[in-house]
Design a protein around this ligand. Structure first.
Ligand code: AMP
Ligand code: MG
Length: 488
């Protein structure tokens, strides 16, 4: 492939150790790309703590250099920038896609030996941009920064956010907005949609992608008999675990298209996502999800649907006999609800402070959710309040509480207190929509990042109880009509 001029690396001193293994895959899987020149890059926020984890020393360069770096104006040593090809089912319909507004700079080797993608989101057009401008706006990029970092602090697998820089240029959406570039860090950006794309090319591209992905994310399967079937099973398992974690904190992804499902099992693509306040399984925030396809209560089912698209892509590798391939893949897919239920049950037991397993625990949890739904109880605060011994006067709650206390007493004396267990599983602070919006509007409209920094500090230790953070626990006075938008 041609190496774009901008990738003739200028040395920098922050400690990049970039590799370009994805660029050695069959050429159909990517296209060379070059970040656009921008007028005036300026740092909005740098994630110092993440930089340290990655072995990057941001103090070694000036803010101006950091702005140029994270706007793609100076490429890190060893970078070979590409846009990745992929396809995807969006709201059920198939489309050829690709990185239309993202460029992968390369894979960075961390001090502890992990390999992570360094990707710029919003750096200008690529071969896959179609009608789009390849750009991103400040608000949505800061939104991704806030929510991805909150998810990481909650202990939920996620892509990370290393930096947001403004470009000094406008992007035109419904109105003119400030342009920005997010630097996203992921264990990789390989998606279900990447496999859907490769499967529609040819079998050798598909096999190369599968072998690469197994080596990178599931190395223990490299020599497994029936390794592609085991790969499907392992990906299904990580997705079951991930979506259970979402359900257990009230996270709604909002746009669970197959191009937004990472094979690594990380949460990816924070567009119209949001956390639920009052418990209601039908909750949808996304302005374009009018049918409720990606509603809170539908997320496990949609994950199974997405994994079915993944299985279809893998069929030719699983068995040359298509009938046999379908039979074994179907068995894995049919097992998904039980896998999900297993992870969810383990999680809900912690949330309820239960340290043994009883068959009736699922039903006990379900009846709490029924009460929460009727009472329009706040999802996060209900569990956090229960974790500190707060009970609710409502008679329906009281009768549930009698059953819960009886169940807890059967656990007997345990080494950890039930309340300590519950507090480690029930966050006090989540990125509530009204707090996120408040931080974004101060940043966008008044260039004031202080609101955002305070919010990030509260979100960084979500399981701690601190009096000075109590106002981050309050749900909004009224959020009827609150809508989120795809961050394009
Ligand atoms: P998303 O909704 O962010 O997951 O994006 C879906 C698809 O649209 C991906 O292929 C993106 O690369 C592409 N896309 C989104 N926004 C833009 C944009 N401003 N310019 C070009 N492509 C875009
Ligand atoms: Mg996407």
């Amino acid at each position: 492939m041609d190496i774009p001029a901008a990738s003739i690396a200028k040395p920098d001193t922050i400690g990049w150790r970039l590799e370009n293994s994805y660029s050695r895959l069959p050429e159909a899987l990517f296209a060379a790309a070059e970040p656009a020149r921008v007028r005036e890059p300026r740092v909005a926020i740098l994630n110092q703590r993440l930089a340290v984890e990655l072995g990057l020393n941001l103090d070694a360069i000036t803010l101006e250099s950091a702005a140029a770096l994270f706007a793609g104006q100076v490429l890190p040593v060893g970078s070979l920038p590409i846009a990745q090809a992929y396809a995807g089912h969006q709201y059920g319909g198939f489309a050829m896609l690709g990185d239309g507004r993202a460029i992968l700079l390369g894979e960075h080797r961390t001090p502890d030996g992990r390999l992570v993608d360094i990707q710029l989101k919003g750096p200008g057009r690529t071969r896959f941009s179609r009608g789009g401008d390849g750009r991103a706006a400040l608000g949505p990029m800061l939104r991704e920064y806030i929510i991805s970092e909150a998810m990481a602090a909650l202990g939920i697998p996620t892509t990370r956010s290393l930096a947001v820089v403004t470009t000094g240029e406008a992007v035109y959406r419904a109105s003119a907005l400030r342009g920005a570039v997010l630097t996203r860090v992921a264990t990789s950006h390989i998606r279900v949609g990447t496999f859907e794309y490769a499967a529609r090319r040819d079998e050798s591209t598909l096999r190369a992608l599968a072998d690469y992905t197994i080596a990178r994310h599931y190395p223990e399967l490299t020599d497994a008999p029936q390794k592609y079937l085991e790969f499907l099973r392992a990906v299904a398992d990580r997705q079951a675990s991930l979506v259970a974690r979402w359900q257990l904190v009230g996270f709604i992804h909002g746009v669970m298209n197959t191009d937004n499902v990472a094979i690594s099992g990380e949460t990816i693509d924070y567009g119209p996502c949001a956390f639920m306040n009052a418990y209601d399984p039908d909750t949808v925030f996304s302005s374009i999800d009018s049918g409720g396809r990606y509603a809170y209560g539908n997320q496990p089912h949609i994950t199974q649907w997405n994994l079915t698209r993944f299985a279809e892509a893998l069929l030719p590798l699983i068995d040359p006999d298509q009938g046999k391939a379908i039979a074994v893949a179907t068995e894995v897919l049919e097992n998904f609800p039980a896998r999900f239920e297993g992870y969810w049950l383990a999680g809900i037991r912690k949330k309820l402070g239960l340290q043994t397993d009883e068959a009736a625990d699922a039903e006990l949890a379900q009846s709490l959710f029924e009460w929460m739904h009727k009472a329009r109880a706040d999802f996060t605060n209900t569990f956090r309040d229960l974790s500190s011994g707060v009970l609710f006067p409502d008679p329906a709650f009281q009768s549930w509480n009698v059953r819960w206390q009886a169940r807890r007493s059967r656990d007997g004396e345990r080494s950890i207190s039930a309340y300590a267990l519950m507090q480690s599983a029930n966050p006090a602070v989540i990125p509530r929509n009204h707090r996120v919006e408040e931080a974004l509007s101060a940043a966008e409209q008044h260039d004031d990042l202080s609101v955002l920094h305070r919010l990030l500090a509260a979100l960084a230790s979500p399981y701690e109880t601190r009096a000075d953070r109590s106002d981050y626990r309050d749900p909004p006075a009224d959020e009827s009509g609150y809508r989120t938008f795809c961050g394009t």
